[in-house]
Write a protein that binds this ligand. Structure first.
Ligand code: NAP
Length: 252
């Protein structure tokens, strides 16, 4: 049974990047279960994001549409936000979830592996936020949630690029929060530990890190989505510039 049957987001439009699978799909689905119309923004073939949008619409009854966009492109992000605002008439929620890893030790890391990760994980959030806030400022209302990681708080061997991008995302979140608080716009970050998605599918069942998690398991995407829904809701009006760890206690 869903916990999201209260239509608290009815009449709102949510933009979720990287929403055709993994954590993004779980967040888009949960926001739709609360009544928000959904823009599924993804880099993949539009047939995949279109399938995700169709499934969300069928399951929840909201309007959901797919948009193909490489969030690391400033111009593509601008065009996509423009199309979404035209299609839905408003943008209330932006979840910057799209992200990649290109792990490797610093001494072997290619320049391209550093820049691609930073350009998508951090640059993508800048690009989408930069364009979406204009609409939110007109509405004098907005909720921005950025998907960081505990790697951005603690650092991680083999993830100089990824951890740097996520640390940058935390600073971006706090700066946006300070800049736009007076406009009724909040910005918060979520810092997951390990979550069951394609990104972590290669971590073996007996990997030592699983034993290091106090709660003894990896998170489900729906558990991250529950936090995202709260931060995106009117109920979280007094929370901004916050970074919430959701990691089973791993980084405490
Ligand atoms: P995932 O299953 O690999 O999905 C990533 C999503 O981002 C995909 O839909 C992907 O689209 C999209 N994407 C990648 N590059 C893009 C681009 N340039 N433009 C637009 N969309 C793009 O990952 P996930 O595990 O759900 O992770 C989602 C977010 O949570 C990421 O920011 C990740 O860093 C963060 N996170 C994940 C974990 C974890 O353990 N899984 C932990 C901490 C933080 P395609 O389908 O086209 O590739």
């Amino acid at each position: 049974m869903s916990i999201y049957q209260n239509n608290i987001l009815s009449g709102q439009t949510a933009v979720v990047t990287g929403a055709s699978r993994g954590i993004g799909l779980a967040i888009a689905t949960a926001l739709a279960e609360c009544g928000a119309d959904i823009a599924v923004v993804d880099y993949c073939d539009e047939s995949l994001s279109g399938k995700a949008a169709a499934e969300i619409a069928e399951k929840t009854g909201v309007t959901a549409k797919a948009y193909r966009c490489d969030v690391s492109s400033f111009d593509e992000a601008a065009e996509t936000v423009k199309r979404i605002a035209a299609d839905f008439g408003r943008i209330d929620i932006l979840v910057n979830n799209a992200g990649i890893t290109r792990d490797g030790l610093l001494a072997q890391m290619k320049e391209e592996d550093f820049s691609r990760v930073v350009n998508i994980n951090l640059g993508g959030a800048f690009n989408m936020t930069r364009h979406a806030v204009r609409q939110m400022m007109r509405q004098k209302y907005g909720r921005i949630v950025n998907m960081a990681s505990i790697a951005g708080l603690t650092g991680n061997a083999g993830q100089v690029n990824y951890a740097s991008s996520k640390a940058g995302l935390v600073a971006l979140t706090k700066s946006v929060a300070k800049e736009l608080a007076s406009r009724g716009i909040t910005a918060n970050a979520i810092a997951p530990g390990f979550v069951e998605t394609d990104m972590t599918k290669d971590i073996p069942e007996d990997a030592p890190l699983r034993q290091q998690i106090p709660l003894g398991r990896i998170a489900k995407p729906e558990e991250i989505a529950a936090l995202a829904v709260f931060l995106c809701s009117p109920a979280a009006a007094y929370i901004t510039g916050e970074v919430v760890r959701i990691d089973g206690g791993l980084a405490m």
